[in-house]
Unconditional design. Structure first.
Length: 149
């Protein structure tokens, strides 16, 4: 039997969050966290709106998911994020003990894999899900930003 709630399905939900960030003038990164095929947290970058360098989509989603579950550990959860997590977000995923990270676009300069940031040893990582769509939105954002300046 085919499971309609697969990585592509949830990455599309993360892309919807990224679009919300784009519409607000934020770097368009979106995230959702699932538990047993149910979305328990949705978030997008809010660094500009909150004037807070730590207000990344992943950080917002970790807080919301922990609140939903009533505990700080996210062992049985999956983070779907449109851009490869940075060092800070990967570190937070380590402490949250997230079960799985699925990301769309790679981040060749600031991504956790390039910077050799440790994630929890039990965390599974899947990359490249809807990579083109995730990359397109980011590229569009930065092209528009450059054209305005």
């Amino acid at each position: 039997m085919i499971n309609p709630f697969d990585d592509v399905y949830f990455m599309k939900k993360a892309l919807q969050e990224a679009q919300l960030a784009f519409d607000k003038g934020e770097v368009p990164v979106g995230a959702v966290i699932t538990h047993k095929d149910q979305i328990i947290a949705r978030a997008h970058n809010l660094t500009e709106m909150l004037n807070d360098v730590t207000a990344h989509a992943e950080m917002q989603a970790f807080t919301a998911a922990a609140d939903f579950l009533g505990g700080k550990y996210l062992k049985d959860c999956t983070l779907y994020v449109t851009l490869e997590p940075c060092q800070m977000c990967a570190g937070a995923s380590y402490w949250a003990q997230i079960g799985k990270i699925v990301y769309g676009a790679s981040e060749p300069k600031q991504g956790f894999s390039v910077l050799n940031t440790r994630i929890h040893p039990k965390t599974k990582v899947v990359s490249g899900i809807l990579e083109e769509e995730c990359s397109f939105l980011l590229k569009k954002f930065f092209i528009e930003k450059r054209n305005l300046n």
